[in-house]
Structures are given as C-alpha cells and as structure tokens.
Ligand binder design. Structure first.
Ligand code: SF4
Length: 282
C-alpha cells in the first residue's frame, strides 16, 4: 500500500512561525502565556501545555516576570500596550500577512479615509484589525451588508486573510457604488487554505482512501474533507492515528494524506507511520 502526501499540507507559514517563537522562548527558560489558544489543534496545545505554556484570556491575567505571546491572529494596539505594561516581555507572533492588513487600515484611517474590511466581525483577526482604525473601519460579512454603511469617503477595501475571493470581489463592487471616489481595493486573502484544498483535490482522484488530519470542528479541516470526498468516497477526518481502522484499508492500493493548517508535523508523521504499518501487514 502506497501512502501519498498532498503537495501542500499542515502548518501554514504564520502558525509555524508562532509555534517556533514560543519554542524559542521556552528554550530560553521563559514562563510563556499565550493570549488565546496559540493554535486550533488540541494535541499540539496539550504538547505545549506539557512544556509549561498556559493560555490566558485577557492581558490582566499576565503576572510579573511572565512572557506574553500575541498569536498569529494579532490584537488591537490597545491590547498590545496592556500586555507590554504587564509582561516582562511580549512576543508578537502576529502573522506578517495580518500585520499588512493592520498597517493598511491604520494608514488609510490616518488619512481620514473609510476602511471596509470583509470578514467575520467576531473573529479575533477582525477585532484586531478594527482596532487599528477604530473610527473608520467597517467590518462586513458580504456585499448585502454594504448597503447599511454610511456614505464612504475614499475607501480602502481589504479582507480577512481566510476569506473566499468571490465574497471579497462582490463587496469591492458594492463599495464602489457607495463611495465618493474610486476605492483602493487590496486583496489581502492568504493562499494557505486554498493551496491545501487545491493540493488535496489534485490527489483525491488517484487514491483509494484519503485521510485528512485535523480538528473535528475545524472549518478548514471539514472543508478539506469535503474536497477529498468529491473524488474519493473513502475519505476520513481524523485527529489521531488511533482513529484509523485497518478494515477501511483492506483493498486500498494507494492512500492519500493531508492536514489542516493547524496540524503539526509530528502528528502527520504518526499517521503516516500507522498507515505504513497497516500496509505492511496486508
Ligand atoms: S492562514 Fe495565512 S494569514 Fe493566517 S496565519 Fe496562516 S499564513 Fe498567516
């Protein structure tokens, strides 16, 4: 039985960078506190907890002498300041792709322009970005919400990094109709999610079974699963290698593997090893 990995899988650049920054601080002996879970993967969180990393829910929970970590989603400038006042050291692991959105919004607001951000207003990334343009930012989920905005002055249109391109383009068009001048439209969608889906799709037609490794409630893992299922009926979403059933692989000649952007390499390796073990017994 052949085990084939999709061309793109697992940690995205921003998550990998954040985990490496935490590992670096631990190696220096820091007491690390992350503001919100560093990553949406239970097994990786448990591994970090075993190394002493704790999650906090507000800057007020940082104690003297501790190192506070801002995760890849970023935070508002106000929260960053609070952390800097309380923590011995602040590690800013905001993904550079998110920082770009924050800086664009900040600059446009400073010029007195409106900022339309397409995304989920409750998502931590959006809460952070809004903080960079508090009086000028309007977060909308889709084009239908643009009609409720006030008239827009020289707007900038940017997006949450994980948004669908079609939603972003529809909003940009709706903003054009409400603006007093041609909007500045900057596509800030990150390709990590789409790249993983495209790679899974390319492999799914060539395998007899497909394993997607990721959280059972993670929307990006569920999306990967549905992409695989389109071409490979025997596609499974698993969190750990223990969930693989040898029975499901009885007649499989080729098995595909992919993983969501929050799944660590060590977990992917465990799954691949388990599949090879099953294959060697067939
Ligand atoms: S999905 Fe993209 S924007 Fe988000 S953390 Fe990963 S690399 Fe950064």
């Amino acid at each position: 039985m052949q085990v084939l990995l999709a061309e793109e899988y697992g940690f995205c650049f921003g998550v990998e960078r954040a985990v490496e920054m935490v590992e670096g601080a631990l190696a220096e002996g820091a007491t690390v506190r992350t503001l919100g879970p560093l990553i949406h993967n239970t097994q990786e969180i448990q591994r970090l907890e075993a190394e002493g990393v704790r999650n906090i829910n507000a800057p007020g929970e940082v104690s003297e002498g501790e190192t506070a970590v801002i995760r890849a989603h970023g935070v508002t400038p106000e929260v960053q300041r609070e952390l800097e006042e309380r923590a011995e050291r602040v590690i800013d692991a905001t993904c550079p792709f998110v920082t770009k959105v924050q800086k664009l919004a900040e600059r446009a607001a400073a010029e007195g322009r409106d900022v339309v951000v397409v995304g989920n207003p409750d998502h931590p990334e959006m809460i952070g970005v809004r903080g960079y343009a508090p009086t000028r930012a309007h977060v909308v989920r889709d084009a239908s919400e643009v009609a409720q905005l006030p008239p827009l002055h020289a707007p900038l249109v940017v997006s949450q990094t994980t948004l669908k391109l079609s939603t972003f383009l529809e909003v940009a068009e709706a903003v054009r109709e409400r603006a007093d001048s041609e909007p500045q439209v900057v596509n800030t969608i990150c390709s990590a999610t789409r790249d993983r889906q495209d790679a899974a799709r390319a492999l799914a037609g060539h395998v007899d079974a497909f394993y997607v490794i990721g959280g059972k409630h993670s929307s990006n893992s569920l999306k990967l699963l549905s992409v695989c299922k389109e071409q490979c009926e025997k596609s499974f979403l698993i969190e750990t290698p223990e969930e693989i059933s040898a029975e499901d692989l009885r007649d499989a000649g080729r098995v595909g593997v992919t993983a969501g952007a929050s799944t660590p390499d060590w977990l992917i390796e465990q799954v691949v090893t388990r599949l090879r073990e099953i294959g060697s017994r067939q």
